[in-house]
Design a protein around this ligand. Structure first.
Ligand code: AOF
Ligand code: ZN
Length: 349
């Protein structure tokens, strides 16, 4: 590992102190280095509060050291007046001449402009260190700004022979939760806690009456999103009740909304339904969403190429017939990570 990587790695470590508190801002870490020694470090804690670079610079006791120091930051320093003043301006004012940036920002308010400002004002700027790690750290934030939609995680469970569900009329023993080991169930709830929203289609909503809340794990419930074209989900169903917010996409206009935590969004079901849903979620500033089925909905997101990761649980059972799982393995993208034989994570970026 070279010097730049060593310090950007430290920036990433620092950034992670902000897990769960920085939204809608990204997690960012920064260190100020002189003679291969860290003389100040900081991270972004909360939207509206100082950015990582400001905290790192403020941590340097002897300001006279700054003119010979290098500042490392896991994300391009900002150049805009947002909730806080621009970090790129501060770096220049403080006389810091060397700047090392992990990755360029994808927020159009900043993207490239921070680096440009620094160069125009005499800084020596090195961009692109541990880029992949820096991207992973804020993959939701990057996708949200670059694609103007949430980061989309598809999740399903399939049998060893590639079925996602039995056919409903074949047996009463049909259960969507046929993967029942405690580990995988906990993992599903952990995943729910990590994303900002969770979506199911009409069939899943009607057949399973799911709550879509986080139970076997800590953390907040995601915002629930359901596609219900003709508004036929019964009013006593879990998704329309409880303290968690639910967004219902339908084609009928809701004249009276008697539900406490439910909002109805009217869209046109004749074209590009999933893109319209993404547009609305973008408007709500939802940076990530997990799609929990069913088959038709998952297939729809895949066909529209509206997905970033697919997490597939492969159970130790055979159905022999039923609803075929989406044909992920034959599609032209790379399987980047397989953590063990029961969980495969596919990345579409
Ligand atoms: C952060 N923390 O350490 C860096 C950020 O509204 P503001 O002023 O807080 O600006 C937020 C934007 O600033 C954010 O979307 C990102 O593009 C950029 N950089 N943001 O929250 C940081 N360096
Ligand atoms: Zn900033």
């Amino acid at each position: 590992m070279n010097l730049h990587e060593k310090y950007i790695k430290r920036c990433i470590q620092l950034a992670k102190n902000g897990i769960g508190t920085t939204y809608p801002n990204p997690m960012v870490g920064s260190v100020v280095v002189l003679n291969d020694t860290i003389i100040g470090e900081g991270w972004h804690k909360k939207a509206g509060e100082p950015h990582a670079e400001v905290n790192a610079i403020n941590a340097v006791e002897d300001r006279s050291l700054l003119k010979n120091a290098t500042i490392y930051v896991s994300l391009e320093p900002c150049s805009h007046f947002g909730k806080t003043p621009p970090c790129a301006h501060l770096i220049v004012e403080m006389g810091i001449k060397n700047v090392v940036v992990g990755i360029v920002d994808s927020n159009s308010k900043v993207s490239g402009k921070g680096v440009k400002y620094l160069i125009e004002n005499g800084c020596d700027v090195f961009v692109g260190v541990l880029e992949n790690e820096c991207y992973q750290l804020n993959k939701r934030f990057f996708t949200f700004h670059a694609k103007k939609r949430p980061f989309i995680v598809l999740k399903w469970a399939e049998t060893k022979d590639g079925f996602i569900d039995k056919l409903r009329n074949e047996t009463d023993a049909v259960s969507p939760n046929w993967i029942s080991n405690t580990y995988s169930q906990q993992l599903v709830h952990k995943m729910r806690a990590e994303e900002q929203a969770i979506l199911v289609g009409t069939n899943t909503a009607l057949n399973d009456n799911p709550s879509l809340t986080v139970r076997s794990w800590g953390g907040n419930n995601p915002i629930r999103v359901v596609i219900d074209r003709t508004a036929k989900i019964p009013s006593n169903y879990n998704l329309l009740n409880g303290t968690t917010k639910t967004i219902v996409f339908s084609e009928v206009k809701q004249v009276i909304n008697s539900y406490e935590n439910v909002v109805f969004e009217q869209i046109n079901f004749k074209e590009n339904v999933l893109q319209q849903i993404c547009d609305v979620l973008y408007k709500y500033e939802i940076q990530s969403i997990i799609i929990e089925g069913g088959k038709q909905t998952l297939q729809g997101f895949m066909d529209a190429d509206l997905w970033d990761e697919a997490v597939v649980f492969v159970g130790d059972v055979l159905f022999e017939k039923g609803l075929k799982a989406p044909e992920l393995k034959k599609a032209p993208f790379e399987i980047k990570e397989i953590s063990n034989d029961t969980l495969s994570i596919y990345k579409n970026y």
